[in-house]
Design a protein around this ligand. Structure first.
Ligand SMILES: NC(=O)c1ccc[n+]([C@@H]2O[C@H](COP(=O)([O-])OP(=O)(O)OC[C@H]3O[C@@H](n4cnc5c(N)ncnc54)[C@H](O)[C@@H]3O)[C@@H](O)[C@H]2O)c1
Length: 352
């Protein structure tokens, strides 16, 4: 059995508790969250409860920790785990700022403590199938990609004020997942241009953004996101894998290469029927049905392997930091009306 503690038992933390308890190879040995709801949760689950994470880590000495806290607390808790060589799964974003992400990354790398960042889509059947298709060379070199996350959040979602202010908003809450998938499937992002808007909701943070993306390998991409547009075009719907959303079959991401194109999540591949054909000949369509596993269970399976040092984290701290940098580049690109280099952002935020 792998012993786990959970730090933060809010919206996503409760889901982690449920997953740990239902997994045959994990044991939830304690939870930490100062709220009264968390005390009730601990009592109902029959697990020890702590209000302070350092005390819990010292007394319980778990194999691994899941950090599901407000973003600004990711850094101190991650550093507490790393200083004790306790492997951790940090919910996304790895941290609220790039300097904080650097401190986690450098501490993890110097101590050799594995850190997995909770970009769960990389563990999903559709993204796994897309990755395999690309790596097998079936699409040829990618030329152009295009994606969408367009959904309409309820007004009471924004009663939690942090979601309306810097550190919240659709970019850091949602776009960060899309950026991570694009980096995973297409490659490292060189630079981003963007238009951003907060006109629909009127908050200080953006509710809508359109991106032009240049990847280091030369692929070009576009992406559009809004939390105030009614549509079924978002991974949360098309994948059927999200925790709190209905399934609306369809596609939200389109990948076009020199040999073929693939839409995700419906997983249709389009290619020429024969060599030397071109745009005046009909394409043939194949369905690349993904396997039927569950994203969050896959993530936990992977974390168990990471804890026991059997595999390296699929999304390391450094990887999560690059995803954060590219996401932060979007609001800056919109504000400053220019292309933002991701390497430039990472270099200027690195602690001296
Ligand atoms: N991967 C995903 O799909 C996904 C989904 C939702 C949230 N998240 C991420 O998970 C994290 C948590 O988000 P959430 O929506 O569950 O937030 P939340 O506000 O619902 O829960 C946060 C919890 O942390 C607790 N907390 C606050 N200070 C604490 C402290 N000092 N020690 C211990 N506990 C403390 C709060 O009492 C609360 O229960 C965020 O980083 C968010 O971005 C990821």
């Amino acid at each position: 059995m792998t012993s786990l503690v959970l730090i933060g038992t809010g919206l996503i933390g409760r889901e982690h508790a449920r997953l740990i308890l239902s997994h045959p190879e994990t044991e939830l040995v304690a939870i930490c969250d100062p709220s009264s709801e968390s005390q009730h949760l601990a009592a109902s689950l029959g697990v020890p409860h702590y209000a302070e994470w350092d005390a819990m880590l010292d007394q319980v000495k778990p194999d691994g920790a899941i950090i599901a806290l407000p973003n600004q607390l990711h850094e101190p808790v991650a550093l507490s785990c790393i200083s004790r060589n306790i492997a951790c799964l940090i919910e996304k974003p790895i941290a609220e700022t790039l300097p904080a992400a650097w401190r986690i990354t450098l501490a993890a790398e110097q101590s050799g403590t594995p850190v997995l960042v909770g970009h769960q889509r990389r563990h999903s059947p559709d993204i796994r199938a897309a990755k395999q298709t690309i790596e097998a060379g079936d699409l040829g070199p990618l030329v152009a990609v295009n994606g969408m996350t367009l959904f309409d959040k309820p007004n009471d979602y924004f009663n939690a004020e942090w979601r309306t202010k810097a550190g919240g908003g659709v970019l850091l809450i949602n776009l960060i997942h899309d950026i991570d998938v694009l980096r995973y499937l297409v490659g490292e992002i060189d630079s981003i241009r963007a238009f951003t808007s907060s006109a629909s909701r009127g908050f200080e943070v953006e509710d809508t953004a359109s991106l032009a993306i240049k990847f280091e390998n030369g692929t070009l991409g576009t992406f559009i996101i809004s939390d105030s547009a009614v549509s079924p075009w978002a991974w949360e719907y098309t994948s059927g894998q999200a925790l709190y959303h209905p399934t609306q079959p369809g596609a939200c991401l389109f990948l076009a290469g020199r040999k073929a194109a693939l839409s995700v999540s419906d997983m249709y591949m389009w290619r020429h029927a024969h060599e030397h054909e071109h745009w005046q000949h009909p394409l043939v369509r194949e369905h690349r049905a993904p396997e039927r596993s569950l994203t969050y269970v896959n993530q936990l399976d992977h974390f168990i392997q990471v804890i026991h040092r059997k595999v390296a984290p699929l999304i390391s701290a450094r990887d999560g930091m690059s995803t954060l940098a590219a996401t932060l580049a979007v609001s800056r690109a919109g504000r400053e009306d220019r292309a933002i280099s991701i390497t430039g952002l990472l270099n200027e935020s690195r602690p001296s």
